[in-house]
Write a protein that binds this ligand. Structure first.
Ligand code: NDP
Length: 275
């Protein structure tokens, strides 16, 4: 496997080019998967307060044998903890559950515009970064308008915006909006969440042309778009496979073909989603 260059952030730090997702994995399964992912070579682990697995993720990081300073842990502020004081308390709970003394990346999970608390929440995240208990701060599922409001009201641009992104939902405008503001895009649901993307003729043809699996072809597509995918797999062999995206390059035509699949959002709409 070729090493993939780390991705620079607007705050001077970097992110690994690919991370491991932990949505809907709990209990001993979560601890086992994260420990095994770290053993396989993942160095960015994505969790969230609302996943209910921070304790297991933290335990896996602590017992993986990989030095803490080599691992980046992301967590996310849940909707119930939005607001300035509530966000500070929510962060303390997450850090306590994880058993860590600092977080590497902390995101506002959803903007929840109807509640109109995301700017206050953002001020709390900025304070946590200034205090040194969070290395980088960012958001998830934010639109360009949400990003602009944060910047206008606080002067601080998020380092990351984690959005739904896969060949079945290519998010061209949102990727461009993030890039124009110096925000790194992370892809959630990068493999299409097990809903048929990897079985499409287009993905299979591109994969076959390189002698790789459909998942590797799709993750390479993310990498060549300059975004950071966060694939999840319960299967150790697939976890290793998903890391192995460095030894081949998709042509411009193949990149374009993967962008022509029917487009459909699989998750919530940032303007209306409620947690
Ligand atoms: P993914 O797109 O990562 O898809 C996971 C599915 O793909 C599973 O069914 C898995 O099955 C399958 N899969 C994984 N690897 C392979 C492979 N090599 N070959 C064939 N199938 C494979 O979906 P997620 O929704 O989990 O998204 C990834 C992560 O993004 C989450 O875990 C979470 O961390 C984050 N996320 C963030 C959100 C946000 O609002 N910020 C929302 C949703 C997710 P199997 O396990 O059997 O291998």
């Amino acid at each position: 496997m070729d090493a993939l260059a780390p991705v620079p952030l607007n705050d001077g730090h970097t992110l690994p080019a690919l991370g491991f997702g932990t949505w809907r994995v709990s209990g001993e399964d979560a601890a086992e998967q994260v420990r095994s992912a770290l053993g396989a070579g993942y160095r960015l682990i994505d969790t969230a307060a609302s996943y209910g697995n921070e304790a297991e993720v933290g335990r896996a990081v602590a017992t993986s044998g990989v030095p803490r300073e080599e691992v980046l842990v992301t967590s996310k502020l849940r909707g119930a903890d939005q607001g300035y004081d509530a966000a500070l308390r929510g962060f303390e709970r997450s850090l306590g559950a994880l058993g860590l003394d600092r977080l590497d990346l902390y995101l506002i999970h959803w903007p929840l515009p109807a509640r109109d608390l995301y700017v206050d929440s953002w001020r709390a995240l900025v304070r946590l970064r200034e205090e040194g208990v969070v290395r980088s701060v960012g958001v998830s599922n934010f639109t360009a308008a949400h990003l602009d409001r944060l910047v206008a009201e606080t002067g601080v641009t998020p380092a990351v915006n984690q959005i739904e992104l896969h060949p079945g939902f290519v998010q061209e405008e949102m990727r461009a909006a993030n890039a124009a503001r110096g925000v790194v895009t992370q892809s959630w649901g990068p493999l299409g969440r097990g809903k048929g993307l990897l079985e499409t003729a287009e993905v299979r043809a591109v994969a076959a042309a390189h002698g790789v699996s459909p998942a590797r072809a799709v993750l390479r597509w993310h990498h060549q778009l300059g975004v950071v995918p966060l694939p999840k797999s319960a299967d150790p062999r697939r976890r290793r496979e998903n890391l192995d995206i460095g030894g081949f390059v998709l042509t411009g035509e193949e990149m374009a073909v993967l962008g022509t699949l029917p487009q459909r959002r699989l998750g919530g709409d940032p303007d209306t989603h409620e947690e």
